[in-house]
Design a protein around this ligand. Structure first.
Ligand code: ATR
Length: 272
């Protein structure tokens, strides 16, 4: 045990948070860099009515960094001193850094979407189908358009797709228009389809998927893979699982909290 009176605390908060793997992932990163006496990473279940108190506590005990999970990514913003420009554009904060008492909010979710894709392709001018128009889709929309790809949003509630497409620049479709997916280079699922109770459903039927496409399911399940990924593999598409999103957004958080580049392999090993 290397923890001392000087150890800085980083943590994840959410409701729920009990199943979060971030403590294992980040602590494994600290250990691999030999900074596990300098930093420790914990998790705390914080309910929405307690967010203001949490922020007071963060200031009082000088917590260095906080990863913010659902449902707090929007509500937390009002309590911070500064919001970085990207987080402002996305309209959500998933990372707080405490710099000598100044709390600044960031968003690394968009990098969680973009960097696993950029390891496989260049995004510029690619046609991207984004399924869903909720919170995760906002970060994805920002990242996709920032990298110069063409955004096509498909959502059950077409109004929400239209709103997002107007804000970030792109086309909106309902789930009746899934035939269009055939022409897309990249398909990203940002809905919760694939998670219980929808584990036997897919966001896009495999008849629209082909081997030229990259299929990225932001939905993460601990053991195994989503049905969408399973079907895409059978179609010989290039697949990316939600584990990549979780890791990539965490790598960016690691850098913000510690100023060290994330030891990616050690952190990946801790997750898998
Ligand atoms: P998150 O923050 O994880 O993105 P969210 O903001 O609640 O969650 O958004 C959930 C998204 O999944 C929405 O796009 C939602 O579609 P609606 O806008 O029509 O509600 C989509 N979604 C959730 N369950 C779905 C289902 N069973 N079928 C189709 N879309 C679904």
């Amino acid at each position: 045990m290397k923890i001392t009176a000087d150890t800085k605390i980083c943590m994840i908060i959410g409701d729920p948070v009990e199943h979060s793997l971030s403590p294992q992932i980040h602590n494994a990163g600290y250990e691999s860099l030999g900074i596990d006496g300098e930093y420790v990473y914990i998790a705390s279940h914080v309910e929405t009515p307690k967010l203001a108190d949490f922020i007071k506590g963060m200031r009082a005990i000088k917590i260095r960094g906080v990863a913010v999970k659902a449902p707090h990514k929007i509500t937390i913003m009002q309590y911070l001193d500064e919001i970085d420009e990207t987080a402002q554009k996305i309209g959500a904060v998933n990372t707080i850094v405490n710099n000598e008492g100044i709390l600044r909010g960031y968003n690394t979710d968009w990098m969680g979407v973009v960097s696993p894709l950029e390891k496989r392709t260049t995004l510029k001018d690619k046609a991207v189908a984004l399924i869903g128009a909720g919170g995760a889709a906002r970060a994805a929309s920002y990242g996709i358009t920032r990298k110069g790809a063409k955004l096509n949003i498909f959502n059950r509630t077409i109004e929400k797709a239209t709103e997002l497409a107007n804000e970030f620049g792109g086309n909106a479709y309902s789930l009746q228009d899934l035939n269009e997916i055939k022409n897309m280079d990249i398909v990203i699922n940002s809905t919760s389809i694939g998670l219980p109770p929808f584990e036997n459903k897919v966001p896009v039927s495999s008849e629209y998927i082909n081997q030229k496409q990259i299929i990225y399911d932001l939905t993460y399940i601990l053991h195994g893979k989503t049905l969408f990924i399973d079907q895409a593999e059978k179609k010989r598409a290039i697949t990316i699982t939600g584990a990549e999103m979780l890791l990539a957004q965490g790598f960016a958080q690691f850098k913000l909290f510690t100023n060290h580049d994330a030891p990616e392999e050690a952190m990946r090993k801790a997750l898998i």
